[in-house]
Design a protein around this ligand. Structure first.
Ligand code: ZN
Length: 165
């Protein structure tokens, strides 16, 4: 059987922690597509509603502490540190949910601090996060934009924050 494999469905299936119905709801894929993708990958049926400590992986615990928001944002529903940073306690470790989300989205460890770039409170959508490398690339793109259109036309909401890391 031929299966059109969707990367977003695969990512959530591999992470575990969400039911097939929830994965379908979040990705917009049909439940049948999710089911077939899971069978194609030979993954066990995911369970949901477990305490984070019972999740098989840190990624699974991460997804269980999120809720999709409008326009593709992803709201963190887990713990928030006193600094305002969303954090995930998993087994004996506590890590910034931003860093986990960044790694899931970009497939690499972040460089320097990971900061949210959107205005949605506690958003942990991978595409809304940037590390030092991504911010530097954005700054270069802004500079190129300035050269072409002049700095008055440049977006103003993407400045490099003070270096604190
Ligand atoms: Zn966002």
């Amino acid at each position: 059987m031929k299966v059109a494999v969707r990367a977003d469905v695969v990512e959530l299936l591999r992470a575990g922690g969400l039911s097939q119905a929830e994965i379908a709801r979040r990705t917009g894929a049909s439940p049948l597509t999710v089911q077939r993708t899971r069978e194609y990958l030979k993954l066990p049926a995911p369970k949901q509603g477990q305490h984070p400590l019972k999740h098989p992986t840190q990624d699974a615990a991460f997804w269980a502490c999120t809720r999709p928001a409008a326009d593709g944002h992803l709201t963190w529903t887990g713990r928030v540190a006193g600094t305002g940073t969303p954090v995930l306690r998993y087994r004996d470790t506590q890590e910034s949910a931003y860093r986990i989300a960044f790694h899931l989205h970009y497939g690499r460890q972040p460089v320097g601090r990971v900061l949210a770039q959107c205005d949605v409170p506690l958003c942990v959508a991978g595409r809304c996060l940037a590390d030092r490398t991504v911010r530097a690339a954005n700054a270069r793109a802004d500079a190129a934009f300035d050269e072409i259109f002049g700095s008055d036309a440049a977006p103003t909401d993407n400045h490099e924050p003070p270096q604190g890391d």
